[in-house]
Structure formats: C-alpha cells, structure tokens
Design a protein around this ligand. Structure first.
Ligand SMILES: *Cc1c(COP(=O)(O)O)cnc(C)c1O
Length: 227
C-alpha cells in the first residue's frame, strides 16, 4: 500500500512539474469504494488524507468506523436527491452535482446542519447519454441558479470521460473541462468559485494533470483492482 501510494504521488509530482505546475496544486483523492476499513487504515498510515466514496450506505459505515481519524471525505458517485441529507452530514466536498434539484436539496440540508456545503458541478463533456453530468449547453444556467443558493458553495467542475484504452484520447475532454472552467470564471458570478478541476483516474490522471486537474480521483492504483 505504502509503495503504491508513493508511486502515485511521485507520478502526480512528475506530471505537475512537466506542465510547469506546483505539485502542491494537485490533491489526491484516494477512491476507497468497495474497499474495507482496514485498507483505508493502511492508506491513512501511508499518508492519504482525502478519501472518495461512491455509495452513501457504504460510506456511512466507514465514516463511523473511522470517525476518530482526521481525514476528509469526498462524495464522487451519482447522488440521488433523497440521499442529500446523508451526503451533507459526512462529506466535505461533493463532486457530482448535476441538477438544480439536487443542489437545492443539498442547500436545504446544509442550512439545517449549519454548514456551507462545498460542491463541484459534474459535466458530461462527451455527451454520452449513459454518463451522468450536466450537458455543456445547460452548465452555465445550472451554475447561475445553484450559485444563488446560500448554503452551497460551488468550487469548480468535475468530469468523467468514457473509458479509453489510451489516456491521450481523454485529453481533449480534460482540456474541454478546463475551457468551460475558464469561461465560467469570466462570467464572475457571485458565490461561484472555479478553483477546482476534478478529473483523472487510475488510467489517465497524468493526462488530466497536464490539462489542469487540481483533484485526481485514484482508486485502483492505490487499493488494487476492485474485482
Ligand atoms: C471508481 C471511480 C474512480 C476511481 O477509478 P480508478 O480507475 O479505480 O482509479 C474515480 N472517479 C469516479 C467517479 C469513480 O467512480
């Protein structure tokens, strides 16, 4: 585990340096979905501080078991509005907001919890109907509307490209997300911050860093295969 984590860190550093970026500008989200608490403990010992989970029920159990550890939890999976309550309770950042309905639910529960919920808007760049995420054409409208909510704070964008055998093929998608970020930034919408780009997984995180990723979500390269 320690070796694998160090190797991922090293690759992140190298990718950042080769694109003239500060290595500290890229944060690693260790994606622990389907992996047991023991594996997460090992990763904590090896220095991981941010964990990504996809399923609320599974995450709640881990959260309870690891409550005494000073780690940050990010939600990266598809989130149903009726689970917003649990997501707000335990996650520092929700990467996968793709509808105004969900943003409103998060806002409502954040208010109840006395919290400002940090969120990213998930964008479906490739336009494949099977992928979740808001379409590019409606992104700006969603950002404008969700930006009006007082108890959520939009910190940036997230995308998940379709699977490619070659990470270079994902690069145009990462570049497209960065351009969308830049465009939204130009609009200077109140309460909307565009500092985060969540993109890149085990197969393509270096390509994502070359295109500006600030959060990479890596599971398999740290925890091993899920199957
Ligand atoms: C599972 C998952 C990851 C991690 O994928 P790996 O290929 O194992 O690194 C990243 N992002 C999301 C949204 C995921 O669901």
């Amino acid at each position: 585990m320690k070796k694998r984590l160090e190797s991922v860190r090293e690759r992140i550093r190298n990718a950042a340096i080769s694109s003239n970026r500060d290595p500290d500008s890229v944060r690693l989200v260790a994606v622990s979905k389907t992996k047991p608490v023991e594996s997460i403990l090992e990763a904590i010992e090896a220095g991981a501080t941010i964990f990504g989970e996809n399923y609320i029920q599974e995450a709640r159990e881990k959260f309870t078991a690891l409550a005494e550890h000073d780690i940050s939890w990010h939600f990266i999976g598809h989130l149903q509005s009726n689970k917003a309550k649990y997501a707000v309770r335990q996650f520092d950042l929700i990467h996968s907001v793709d509808s105004l309905k969900l943003a409103r639910e998060l806002d409502r529960h954040a208010l109840k919890n006395g919290k400002i919920q940090q969120i990213l808007i998930q964008v479906n760049i490739s336009g494949e109907s099977s992928k979740s995420g808001v379409e590019e054409q409606t992104l700006l409208e969603l950002v404008r509307e969700a930006g009006k909510l007082e108890n959520v704070s939009i910190r940036g964008l997230m995308t998940m490209p379709p699977f490619f055998d070659n990470p270079e093929k994902a690069r145009p998608i990462f570049a497209a997300l960065r351009k969308l970020r830049d465009r939204i930034e130009q609009e200077a919408i109140a309460n909307v911050f565009m500092e985060e780009l969540s993109m890149g997984m085990t197969g393509d995180f270096e390509a994502a860093i070359l295109e500006g990723a600030t959060l990479v979500r890596v599971g398999t390269a740290i925890f091993g295969s899920r199957y």
